[in-house]
Design a binder for this molecule. Structure first.
Ligand code: CAA
Length: 258
């Protein structure tokens, strides 16, 4: 799709790529940019050829946060009445896996956007942080909730209360990112990972994502029950029959996505 002002989209094999492209503002996440990301995600969700999605930025910045210049003049009633930042959460409804490929700054809303993805791959010069405290505000798009779940309360509290940055090595050590790769290999390595995910049955991949994400919302007992029911439901798919039959016949499966 052309006509986007703030992003570039292109399909790489079975992977839908979204590149944030507001270089002059270090990909600051304006309403317009987030609207375009949501639109691109919706189209990739509907596109049967796409099995997984990658969101990336530039070498200097994944995204330097919500757009401070756009936000600063809001009053409380402006912010409340338009439910500012609520549209960001649309991306959490996407059922295909989304990988954030982060080079450079992922600060504030940039870090939150990366954490809304299903996993984060970082270039070795990536920098994460929730610097909102330095602006007289607090994280507004899940930072206080998701960072704690990713790296634990004490480390999350330190980052959020100091506004200090986290480098890529520590981000991996603390479990915020799934892996760190040389900055120049970030996109190719992430696309490889995304292509591998996209090579599996789409229905099984989405069931997996749904099961893993339910761990955030449910008690252990409920989560295990939900997982088991989804597991049972795979036996109603053609792809479970194909996958197990291919194993028994010692051949590669051909997925139907049904
Ligand atoms: N919003 C709007 N514009 C931004 C921006 C942002 N978050 N981040 C950078 N820019 C703009 C700068 O204003 C500058 O524009 P001009 O050339 O017109 O002045 C341009 O991008 C380049 O930035 P710098 O000159 O500052 O670049 P630098 O290399 O010196 O510094 C940086 C890079 C450390 C990332 C610095 O830009 C910075 O601190 N940015 C703000 C980070 C931040 O506070 N993010 C949190 C935002 S609030 C938020 O996200 C709320 C939420 O929870 C959703």
């Amino acid at each position: 799709v052309t006509g986007y002002q703030y992003i570039i989209t292109e399909k790489k094999g079975k992977v839908g790529l979204i590149t944030l492209n507001r270089p002059k503002a270090l990909n600051a996440l304006s309403d317009g940019l987030i609207g375009e990301v949501n639109q691109a995600l919706k189209l990739y969700q509907e596109d049967k050829e796409v099995g997984s999605i990658v969101i990336t930025g530039s070498e200097k910045a994944f995204a330097a946060g919500a757009d401070i210049k756009e936000m600063e003049k809001n009053s409380f009633s402006d912010a409340y009445m338009k439910d500012m930042l609520s549209q960001w959460h649309d991306m959490t409804k996407v059922r295909k896996p989304i990988i954030a490929a982060v080079n450079g700054y992922a600060l504030g809303g940039g870090c939150e956007l990366a954490m809304m993805c299903d996993m984060i791959v970082a270039g070795d010069k990536a920098i994460f942080g929730q610097p909102e405290i330095k602006l007289g505000t607090i994280p507004g798009c899940g930072g206080t909730q998701r960072l704690i779940r990713a790296i634990g309360k004490s480390k999350a509290m330190e980052l959020i209360l100091t506004g200090n940055n986290l480098n890529a090595v520590d981000a991996e050590r603390f479990g915020l990112v799934s892996r760190v790769v040389p900055a120049e290999d970030l996109l190719s390595e992430t696309l490889k990972l995304a292509e591998k995910i996209a090579s599996h049955s789409q229905i099984t991949v989405s069931l997996c994502k749904e099961a893993v994400n339910s761990a955030y919302e449910l008690s252990l007992q409920e989560g295990i029950k939900f997982e088991r029911r989804l597991f049972h439901s795979t036996f109603a798919t053609l792809d479970q029959k194909e996958g197990m039959n291919a194993f028994v016949e010692k051949r590669n499966p051909t997925w139907n996505n049904k």
